[in-house]
Design a protein around this ligand. Structure first.
Ligand SMILES: Cc1cc2nc3c(=O)[nH]c(=O)nc-3n(C[C@H](O)[C@H](O)[C@H](O)COP(=O)(O)OP(=O)(O)OC[C@H]3O[C@@H](n4cnc5c(N)ncnc54)[C@H](O)[C@@H]3O)c2cc1C
Length: 313
């Protein structure tokens, strides 16, 4: 537990402590889909924009490292945990609809967003219904599946520019039109500028709720057939190299089922590494390096990781 960070936080922002949004020594394995990772020294769950801004102000003023956590479905977190402050968006869950536009806060799960769109007879997000992330994480990553990406349905976003000048000014909020997100494959301007996503507006099309539900179910069935959803993972470990299917490359190298400790290449989809029970971040990292070496030897293809690494590995 980082007494200093906590005690200074308590001294400077007693209201944040009273609001009950701050905990210490929280196991991060309980906050990510891999179920791997040591503790966060300080773990915060703000539910208002002002609480989030206060936390960021504290971090920037004290040069305390911070990390914005969505649903933790694209992360490998260090076994040693994280120093500084982890700020979870899980309590930003607002959803509203106006005509063909849905506004969703950063912590809304894609599942809830897609169900909400379906209930309101709005189509376009079906592809995302099985992606186990939050809206913030999906915009940050330009998440995609079945030839669609978040960029195809996004209208605009509201973000925070987390620089010292901005946070301590009267207007730390940025409004981004879709074209200002600089989207490309699993990339957005949020990554380049370390912007913090607050909410997005999605522009959808009218359709029949039953038809939308049927499409979502079809996509979900495909996922269940092809992906090891029964085991903890962080989804596809690697970015798709141009002209190749990552899972096929790994399988053709004879690596199906290969494991280091409790981290294994999925038997069902070789692009996934699964946690068989008590895998460590170190196991996963060694397995990733092994896959990269073997695939490079066989096919001269350099696999780049899609999952993000957090903390000292
Ligand atoms: C079984 C499985 C299947 C998957 N299938 C797909 C798929 O089909 N397509 C796909 O694209 N991905 C897929 N993924 C990966 C993952 O779900 C996506 O990348 C998702 O968008 C990550 O969202 P998250 O909320 O979990 O983000 P996290 O994992 O919590 O964070 C990922 C990154 O986003 C940043 N971030 C999160 N929220 C914010 C915010 N509010 N502001 C700024 N930055 C933020 C974090 O800081 C971090 O750098 C899959 C994962 C699993 C486990």
């Amino acid at each position: 537990m980082n007494i200093t960070t906590l005690s200074i936080l308590q001294q400077e922002y007693p209201k944040l402590m009273e609001d009950g949004i701050i905990q210490s020594n929280v196991p991060l394995k309980e906050h990510c889909s891999f179920q791997i990772g040591g503790p966060a020294e300080v773990f915060c769950t703000p539910y208002t924009q002002n609480q989030l801004l206060d936390l960021l102000r504290f971090c920037l003023n004290h040069k305390t490292p911070y990390f914005i956590l969505g649903k933790g479905s694209n992360l490998l977190i260090s076994d040693k945990g994280l120093s500084g402050i982890v700020i979870s968006t899980e309590r930003f869950t607002e959803l509203t609809v106006e005509q063909e536009y849905i506004t969703a806060s950063c912590g809304v799960t894609l599942k809830d967003l897609c169900n909400y769109a379906c209930e309101n007879g709005l189509s376009g997000l079906e592809f995302a219904s099985g992606i186990p992330g939050s809206v913030g994480g999906a915009v940050f990553m330009n998440a995609g599946a079945y030839n669609y990406e978040i960029k195809d349905v996004l209208h605009s976003s509201v973000c925070i520019l987390p620089t010292w000048e901005s946070i301590n000014s009267l207007s730390p909020i940025l409004y981004l039109k879709v074209e200002e997100h600089n989207f490309s494959y699993r990339h957005s301007v949020l990554q380049d500028k370390e912007l913090i996503h607050l909410s997005s507006v999605f522009h959808l099309k009218r359709d029949n709720s039953e038809t939308i539900k049927r499409r979502m179910d079809e996509y979900q069935q495909k996922r269940q057939q092809k992906q090891p959803l029964e085991l903890p993972s962080a989804g596809s470990v690697f970015r798709r190299p141009e002209g190749f299917y990552t899972g096929r490359l790994i399988e053709d190298c004879g690596l199906k089922g290969f494991r280091i400790g409790d981290a294994a290449i999925s038997e069902k989809h070789c692009g996934f590494i699964v946690n068989l029970g008590s895998a460590t971040a170190k196991d996963v990292l060694q397995l990733i390096q092994h896959i990269q070496e073997v695939v490079y030897e066989h096919y001269n293809v350099k696999l780049q990781t899609e999952i993000r690494f957090l903390g000292e590995m």
